[in-house]
Write a protein that binds this ligand. Structure first.
Ligand code: DGL
Length: 261
C-alpha cells in the first residue's frame, strides 16, 4: 500500500485534538499519531526559547515514529518554532497555524476579539498578521491562557471556568463584538462557555478547518496521500503518563466542536 506512514499532530497538550477532528473529517483514511505535551502545558506563558526547545524535542520523537508530515496543531508552538523546524527538516511538510483573523475579516467588520496565548500574541508572526488587517476592523487581542488549564483537566463548563470567562469577557458586553477568533487550539472546546460569559451570540473563527485543508493540499502536492480506502488508525501519545489522559483524549476527540462535553 502507498504511504501507510502516519501524519503527526503535535500540541502542547489536548487542544490540538480540535485540529485532529478536522483532519479525520477531511482525510479519514490517513493514519494519525497525536502527541500532546501535557506534562509541560501550558506553553503559552513560557519563554519563547522554552517553547522552541520543547517543540523541537517532541517533533524529534514524532519523526522517530516515521511521520510523513507534521501538523503543528498549536498556535503557540508555531509562533515559536515553525521557522526553525522548516529549516531543520526541509524534507517533510510542516504545517503550522495562526489565528484565523483573515477569514474573520473577510466576513465581518466592527470589533473582532482575538483570544490566544501570551506567547502567540507577543510574537512577530502575530504582529505581522495584525499589521495586514488592522485598517479593516477594530481588532482587540485578549490573552486567555487560563482556559488551557481547564481543558487540560477536561473541564469545558462549570462554575470555575465560568468565573474566569466572566472576568475576561466583561469588557465586551458593550459595545458588542461581532466576532471572536479562537487563536489557541484548546479554545474551541469551551466555545459554549465563552458565549454564555459574553451574554449574546457571536460568530467564532478557528484555524482547525484551514489547517486540515492545508495539510491535505501539502500531502497531495508532495505525493504523500495514502491510497487506502479504509479508515486509518489514531495513536495517542502524551508526556503525562497518567492513564486518565488517554481517555480524556478520546473523550475530546468524540465531542462535537459546538457541544459542551
Ligand atoms: N494549544 C496551544 C495553542 O494553540 C496553546 C496551549 C498552551 O498554552 O499550552 O496556542
Amino acid at each position: 500500500m502507498k504511504q501507510p506512514k502516519p501524519v503527526a499532530v503535535f500540541d502542547s497538550g489536548l487542544g490540538g485534538i480540535s485540529v485532529l477532528q478536522e483532519l479525520i473529517r477531511l482525510m479519514p483514511q490517513e493514519n494519525y499519531l497525536y502527541f500532546g505535551d501535557s506534562l509541560n502545558a501550558p506553553y503559552g506563558i513560557k519563554s519563547t526559547d522554552e517553547v522552541l526547545a520543547l517543540t523541537l524535542k517532541n517533533i524529534d520523537f514524532l519523526l522517530s515514529r516515521q511521520a510523513k508530515a507534521i501538523v503543528l496543531a498549536c498556535n503557540t508552538a508555531t509562533s515559536a518554532a515553525v521557522t526553525v523546524l522548516r529549516e531543520k527538516y526541509h524534507q517533510i511538510p510542516i504545517i503550522g497555524m495562526e489565528p484565523a483573523l483573515k477569514p474573520a475579516i473577510n466576513k465581518l467588520h466592527g470589533r473582532i476579539v482575538v483570544m490566544a496565548t501570551e506567547v502567540t500574541l507577543r510574537e512577530q508572526k502575530f504582529a505581522t498578521l495584525l499589521d495586514r488587517y488592522r485598517a479593516e476592523a477594530e481588532i482587540i487581542s485578549l490573552p486567555a491562557s487560563g482556559i488551557v488549564n481547564f481543558v487540560e483537566q477536561g473541564i469545558t463548563q462549570g462554575p470555575e471556568l465560568e468565573a474566569y470567562l466572566n472576568e475576561i469577557m466583561a469588557p465586551f458586553h458593550t459595545p458588542k463584538v461581532s466576532g471572536i477568533v479562537l487563536g489557541c487550539t484548546h479554545f474551541p472546546f469551551v466555545k459554549d462557555s465563552i458565549t454564555k460569559a459574553l451574554g449574546y451570540e457571536v460568530e467564532f473563527f478557528d484555524g482547525a478547518e484551514g489547517t486540515a485543508k492545508e495539510t491535505q493540499r501539502q500531502l497531495h502536492n508532495n505525493g504523500l496521500e495514502t491510497d487506502s480506502t479504509q479508515p486509518g488508525n489514531i495513536t495517542f501519545f502524551n508526556s503525562n503518563d497518567n492513564p486518565k489522559i488517554l481517555s480524556l483524549c478520546q473523550q475530546l476527540l468524540n465531542s462535537k466542536k459546538q457541544q459542551v462535553l
